[in-house]
Design a protein around this ligand. Structure first.
Ligand SMILES: Nc1ncnc2c1ncn2[C@@H]1O[C@H](COP(=O)(O)OP(=O)(O)OP(=O)(O)O)[C@@H](O)[C@H]1O
Ligand SMILES: [Mg+2]
Length: 408
């Protein structure tokens, strides 16, 4: 029970860590790329400042002197493109690597013949007149390579990092769950101990009251008072038994030994035990056995499950109602259903139906002798067998409980 909680906690932790890690990785990559782009732009700015004074005009055409020496000095060397444009943005000269021959007035990233280029241009003035533009472009390949390496390392390290986190999360959640597990164990032990302690005094009261009732059967007033005591002790005794059964079934979940059994004999046993009560209450019990699948089960616990469902069908239906118990092999899974034409269950009550002490109509259920633990026991037994219970009900029409067992 707590292993599931522990695994869920770890999965949540890993999920949140993955989201945090991804956001961080994306943010880091963006910042890293921006920093490298800024460095490229700084380099472009320095280059334009060095090259601009080398440009001059010869018969209306732009020329540059000593340019190659300057380029050799730059970290990008001959990979740099230097372009001179006239005042009508027409390319006059291009030096160094072949670049993008359009003029871009802002510092920007542009496609080049062999990959992207970072491009910066500056206007050139003489005597206050614009006489052209200097544009310098440098390849972004080195920056892109560095970013790719950065991303690759992050994604390579990611799974290792997350696996470490999952491991740590599992250990930490184990520690976090431990006190809850301990408290739950103590509570269960308390219920079992209290149940056992209550059993004897309740039985003693019951026997004593029954003996007394014999003695005072001629006194109607005392008889009535004793009948109340007997009725309530009876109820208390059933409650204690149900509480103990529930505690036992829940505790048995991890330790129970299941053996391969056939379901038909269990249904036959139910028919034998219930038929007289159905007859006296003028209700019909129909058994439909289409297949006789065998499953891995604890037959005593399983009988308890079905008898609780049949008991409810009997209890929550009126005279003339019919109850059909059917056994099928549906899609290779053993399926047992108990269908009644009783009072039905309101839709809003269905989600709470298997809760302890839950009764749709507390007064009515109490009058019928219900403690509200029957379906909790049913659920605990189904869990013990990894079986799934479904309920379908229409108020005023009837209810069907279906138990589907896992494949053998
Ligand atoms: N077949 C059914 N038809 C209509 N209502 C049902 C049916 N089965 C269960 N219920 C409703 O669900 C409630 C819970 O059922 P559950 O078996 O847990 O308790 P109970 O029958 O009241 O008491 P117990 O079974 O412990 O004696 C019941 O009080 C009843 O209101
Ligand atoms: Mg019941």
């Amino acid at each position: 029970m707590f292993t599931g909680l522990r695994v869920r906690l770890t999965l949540w932790f890993v999920l949140l860590s993955t989201i945090a890690f991804t956001l961080l990785a994306v943010g880091n990559t963006y910042l890293f790329r921006t920093a490298l782009t800024n460095a490229l732009d700084d380099e472009l700015r320095a280059l334009t400042e060095q090259v601009a004074p080398l440009v001059y005009i010869v018969r209306n055409d732009l020329k540059a002197r000593g340019l190659m020496e300057q380029l050799h000095k730059s970290p990008y060397g001959l990979k740099t493109t230097v372009q001179l444009f006239d005042s009508h943005s027409e390319l006059d000269e291009e030096h160094g690597q072949k670049g993008n021959s359009r003029l871009f007035l802002t510092t920007t990233e542009v496609p080049g013949p062999t990959g992207n280029l970072r491009s910066k241009s500056v206007p050139l003035f003489q005597d206050g007149h614009l006489f052209g533009y200097l544009q310098i472009q440098i390849p972004t390949a080195q920056r892109d390579l560095a970013v790719d390496k950065f991303v690759f390392t992050k994604w390579m390290l990611g799974p290792v990092f997350l696996f470490g986190l999952a491991l740590a999360g599992f250990m930490v959640s184990g520690k976090a769950v431990k006190p809850v597990e301990e408290a739950y164990r103590m509570l269960k032990m308390f219920v079992q101990d209290a149940g056992h302690e209550l059993k004897t005094p309740v039985a003693t009261i019951q026997i004593t009251a029954e003996n007394l009732a014999e003695d005072v059967k001629d006194d109607p007033e005392k008889s009535e008072s004793l009948a109340i005591i007997i009725r309530n002790t009876d109820r208390m005794s059933r409650l204690v038994t149900d509480m103990l059964t529930l505690a036992k079934m829940e505790a048995a979940r991890s330790s129970v030994k299941l053996s391969r059994i056939s379901l038909k004999p269990i249904i036959e046993r139910a028919r034998e035990e219930f038929s007289a009560r159905f007859e006296t209450q003028e209700k019909k019990l129909e058994i439909q056995v289409a297949d006789d699948p065998s499953i891995m089960a604890d037959s005593e616990a399983l009988y308890h499950l079905f008898s609780n469902l049949i008991e409810n069908a009997l209890k929550y239906s009126e005279k003339g109602a019919s109850v059909t118990v059917s056994l099928k092999n549906k899609n290779g899974l053993a399926t047992l259903s108990v269908e009644d034409t009783g009072m039905g269950i309101p839709k809003e009550a269905l989600p709470r139906l298997f809760d302890r002490f839950y009764r749709v109509d507390r007064q009515a259920a109490r009058a019928r002798g219900g403690t509200g633990l029957g379906l909790s026991i049913v659920k605990a037994i189904a869990d013990m067998h990894d079986a799934v219970i479904d309920v379908a009900s229409v108020e005023g029409k009837g209810t069907t409980f279906t138990v589907t067992f896992p494949p053998v």
